[in-house]
Design a protein around this ligand. Structure first.
Ligand code: HEM
Length: 402
């Protein structure tokens, strides 16, 4: 074995990579359950690649056959239902993990110096994921796919001057059809997917450049022992590799339970209208996006004017990019910032309330919730520079807490 390792190492820097990124990479010793999310996201992304590849073997991207080919996968292909549900439920679970991952970053101030770029790359991944999910959503060509494709591509129409041309370009013609499916499939499986892979690699490289933050928000690199290693750090391998494998095992159990017992999650992970063939003659009373995009849709609807609504939604999506510079408090973790912690909890409640309301029909009784939610969401970012400069903080300990 060691002979082979020597042979390999003379030709490929395997040992150095292992040392630099695993055995000699020191991570804080106080990681909590939220620190499983990164490795679980990597794992789920890999599973999407495998299940997506298998789906591709049977999928036909034409308006005539797309729906039938997906039903064929579900009913006539051995284990096809399992592969399809892995892929469909995998998307929702990736967004569950993404929201926990982003929320964790906000709770512990992981976006602060020196991790600004790590945060920005992460947020680009999140935006790319939204696009990747949207392209995938259209492919099965159920009736919801058709109308969601119409609604979302028509948002492009609102862009001044180039809007109408851009909409036709995105659709591949005046309406949603075979040309749309072909280009969305190409984007979903090649261009967008490769951009995601590249950004995830950059995310991990940036993380290893600056090192992980932790629930206390204390820089472990500031306090090193005589051997030059952080006193509050432990080698990633074997400690965290073993811990992450345990996390994957528990997560797989949850994933399997969902696929076997509630694969559509009562219409939340896979809507009822996706089980009917796309039909331009049968409109849907209310086309709502999947739950993970619904908060933004609710904000779009909060404004009666289409252009201002789209503007508000775009603002809501880009604001988190600026978080590293909007937060001015020298203390990073919300553990020692009660006011900031309360603000984040309120934000989480508002975000998921907006997700719920975004799934409701556009009735006047929901307008107030949509507007209040949008105002609190935007207000968080507007007020943060002021609040973070004056808020009282607790004393931060010298060393990380066990
Ligand atoms: C598929 C998407 C993503 C993958 C595979 C991924 C992967 C990872 C991994 C493996 C880690 C280290 C382990 C951990 O801290 O949990 C990490 C940390 C981090 N990620 Fe992500 N990530 C993704 C998306 C995002 C997004 C959307 C953001 C933010 C908007 C983000 C921001 C961060 C930050 C700030 C850290 C450092 C956290 C800390 O040290 O406290 N990531 N990510």
């Amino acid at each position: 074995m060691s002979k082979f390792a020597d042979w390999l190492n003379d030709r490929f820097p395997a040992r150095e990579m292992m040392r630099e990124h695993m055995t000699e990479y020191y991570a804080p010793k106080n990681f909590n359950i939220l620190y499983y999310t990164g490795s679980l996201l990597l794992f789920m992304f890999f599973l999407q690649l495998i299940s997506g590849f298998l789906l591709m073997a049977h999928y036909v991207p034409t308006s005539q056959d797309a729906f039938n080919s997906v039903q064929g996968i579900m009913y006539d292909t051995k284990w096809g239902w399992l592969i399809r549900y892995m892929h469909v439920d995998g998307v929702s679970l990736i967004f569950v993990l993404l929201y926990l991952h982003i929320g964790r970053g906000m709770l512990y101030g992981s976006y602060r110096r020196p991790r600004e770029l790590l945060w920005i790359i992460g947020y680009v991944i999140y935006i790319l994921m939204m696009g990747e999910a949207f392209f995938g959503y259209i492919l099965p060509f159920g009736n919801l796919s058709y109308w969601a494709g119409q609604v979302i591509t028509s948002i492009l129409h609102a862009i001044p001057f180039i809007g109408p041309g851009l909409t036709t370009l995105a659709r591949g013609g005046p309406g949603i059809g075979t040309a749309t499916l072909e280009r969305f499939l190409a984007l979903h499986t090649v261009l967008w997917f490769l951009m995601l892979v590249a950004m995830i690699l950059m995310h991990i490289l940036a993380l290893h450049q600056v090192g992980s933050n932790n629930p206390d928000g204390i820089e472990i690199k500031a306090l090193k022992g005589p051997d030059g290693h952080p006193l509050d750090g432990i080698p990633f391998h074997p400690y965290y590799t073993v811990k992450d494998i345990f996390g994957v095992a528990v997560w797989l159990t949850i994933f399997a339970a969902i696929i076997f017992y509630a694969p559509t999650m009562h219409g939340v992970f896979l809507e009822r209208t996706t089980f009917f063939r796309a039909n331009p003659m049968v409109g849907l009373p209310d086309v709502t996006p999947p739950w993970y995009l619904a908060p933004y849709y609710a904000m779009l609807r909060a404004v009666p004017n289409k252009y201002w609504g789209i503007g508000l939604m775009a603002l809501a999506i880009v604001l988190p990019f600026f978080l590293p510079w909007l937060d001015r408090n020298p203390v990073h973790s919300s553990r020692y910032r009660p006011v900031y912690r309360a603000m984040i909890i309120l934000m989480a409640v508002v975000f998921f309330t907006l997700a719920w309301v975004g799934e409701q029909p556009p009735l006047p009784k929901y307008f107030f919730i949509e507007r209040l939610g949008a105002a609190i969401y935007i207000g968080f970012y507007v007020l943060l520079p002021i609040v973070s400069s004056i808020e009282p903080t607790r004393k931060v300990p010298e060393r990380v807490q066990a």
